[in-house]
Design a protein around this ligand. Structure first.
Ligand code: 5GP
Length: 184
């Protein structure tokens, strides 16, 4: 008797971007708590770990040389250089999760998002907006004691980044954690 093996439906790839300070990490973690079929892809980066980073959980921390070797070996679904550091999404890992029916989140910047859309036309792209520029400024500057010009630079960068929202299929405003999570 032949066995019928039901193939799992492939999961969705969800690309999320947003300026630093818009609360991407918190929103994604809240979403993952509520949706057990969703996973967050762990990226590789050449940047140094920061306080709060957990190797293998927040990122896989590797050297620039190791990163470049992985580029050579076509191990990334996408990668980009941001603030002079490499960031990239491991291709095999994400493919495996999608083929197992998992919905996979990529929390990446615009250059990487463009590469993903180019390769996977059905990717769901979401831009997470801060509730307002004033609130973003409070979040970006408020939590740091740093010279005025450094804070201004960070804010100018965030404002430039926000302009790329038009390239995403959906825009979600993060004015309430619950509302933003539900909308996603
Ligand atoms: P951070 O150093 O603050 O953790 O991240 C800096 C930026 O890199 C953020 O905008 C984040 O979304 C982005 N990023 C993190 N991982 C990846 C990745 O794998 N690929 C790309 N293209 N960007 C990433």
């Amino acid at each position: 008797m032949s066995k019928i093996i039901k193939q799992k439906e492939r999961g969705s790839l969800i690309v999320m971007s947003g300026p630093s300070g818009c609360g991407k990490g918190t929103v994604i973690q809240e979403f993952l708590k509520k949706h057990k079929d969703a996973w967050l892809s762990i990226s590789c980066t050449s940047r140094a770990p920061r306080p709060g980073d957990v190797p293998g959980e927040t990122y896989y921390f590797i050297t620039r040389e190791e990163f470049e070797e992985k580029i050579e070996n076509a191990e990334f679904l996408e990668y980009a250089e941001y603030n002079k550091n490499y960031y990239g999404t491991p291709k095999n890992y994400v493919e495996k999760l999608l083929n197992n029916g998992k919905n996979v989140f990529l929390e990446i910047e615009i250059e990487g998002a463009r590469q993903v859309v180019e390769k996977m036309k059905d990717a769901i792209t979401i831009y997470l907006m801060p509730p307002s520029i004033e609130e973003l400024e409070r979040r970006i500057r408020g939590r740091r004691s740093e010279p005025e010009e450094v804070g201004k630079e960070r804010m100018d960068k965030a404002k430039r980044e926000i302009k790329s929202y038009t390239e995403y299929k959906y825009v979600v405003y993060n004015d309430s954690l619950e509302k933003a999570t539900d909308e996603i």
